[in-house]
Design a protein around this ligand. Sequence first.
Ligand code: HMG
Ligand code: MG
Length: 299
Amino acid sequence: GLPTKARIVEVGPRDGLQNESGPVIATAIKVQLINRLADAGINHIEAASFVSPKWVPQMGDAAEVMAGITRKAGVTYAALTPNLRGAEGAIVARADEVAIFSAASESFTQKNINCSIAESLERFVPVIEAAKKNNIRIRGYVSTVLGCPYEGEIDPAQVAAVARELLDMGCYEISLGDTIGVGTPVKARKMLARVAHEVPVKQLAAHFHDTYGQALANLYAVMQDGVSVIDTSIAGLGGCPYAKGASGNVATEDVVYMLNGLGIETDIDLEKLVPVGNWITQQIGRSNGSKVGLALGCE
Ligand code: HMG
Ligand code: MG
C-alpha cells in the first residue's frame, strides 16, 4: 500500500540548473534558491555538483554555492561527486552527503562520465573511503533505469546489479533514475520489483524525469510497492546534458500537491514553495514546468 510519509529530495539546484545553456547563473541566485527551498520545508537538497566545469559549466561555482547558503538545522545539503577530486571538494565545502552516480547503460556512462560502468564503480571506492572518514553519508544513483537514449530498452536485471553494487559499496540509499523520462507505470513497477530482489525497497528512491509526462503516474505506481523517497525539481527545472531532449525531473510542486491529496505527509509548505518556482523561472528566463505552480499563480 501507499506510504503514510514521504521524503522529498529536491534536486533542482543541481539536476535542474546543471543543464541551463547560456550564461552561468549567478551564485547568489543559486544560494537564494537553496535557502528558499529549505524555508518552504524541504529538508533534503542536492545543492551542487563537484564535477568538471569543462563538462558542466553551470556547476563550476559549487564551492561558492555551498559556502554561501545559510544552513538550516535538520536540512541535508548534498553534493554530486564523480571522483575523488569532487569528493574532496564536497568535504571541504562541508556537504552533509555526497552522491555518486553510475548507470545501467554502458553507452550512457561513457557519454556522461567518460568511463565504463565498472570503471565508474572503481572510481567511487576512494570517494566512499573519503566520505566515510568524514562521517558523510553516501547516496547512489543509477541512471537510465527505464530506458537509455543510446541503447533503448534496459534490462531490469542490469539496473538491479548496479544498484546492488552501490549498496554493497556503502550507499545508504539508491536513487533510480529514469533519466529521459520514457517509463510507464507497469514498466516502472516491474523494474522496481526486480531491483527490490537486491536492495530493500526502503533503501530505494525514485528519480523520474518527466519528458513524456509520465512521472507522476510512475511515482504513484512505485509508491504502491513501498517507495517513499522521491527526487523532484522545483518548477520541473532541468534536463540532462548527455540525454538530448530530456526534460527536468518531475516538479516538486506537482508531487507535493499529489501527496497532499493522498494524505501522505511531507512537512513541505506548498504555499511557500509555489512562489519559489515562479521566482526561479523568472530569474533564468524559463517557463514554469510545474502545472501546480502555474495553477496556484505568480508572485
Ligand atoms: P575526463 O575528461 O574523463 O577526466 O572527465 P579528466 O580526469 O581528464 O578530467 C577532465 C578535466 O576536468 C581535467 O582538467 C580535470 O582536472 C578536471 P584539465 O586537466 O583538462 O584542466 N576535473 C575536475 N574538475 C573539477 N572537479 C572535479 C574534476 N574531475 C576532473 N571533480 C569526469 C571525467 C568524471 C571528471 C567528467 O566526465 C565529469 O565531470 N562529468 C560530469 C558529468 C555530469 O555532471 N553529468 C550530469 C550529472 S549525472 C545526472 O544528471 C543523472 C542523475 O540526475 C540521475 C538521472 O537522472 O538518471 C544523477
Ligand atoms: Mg537526473
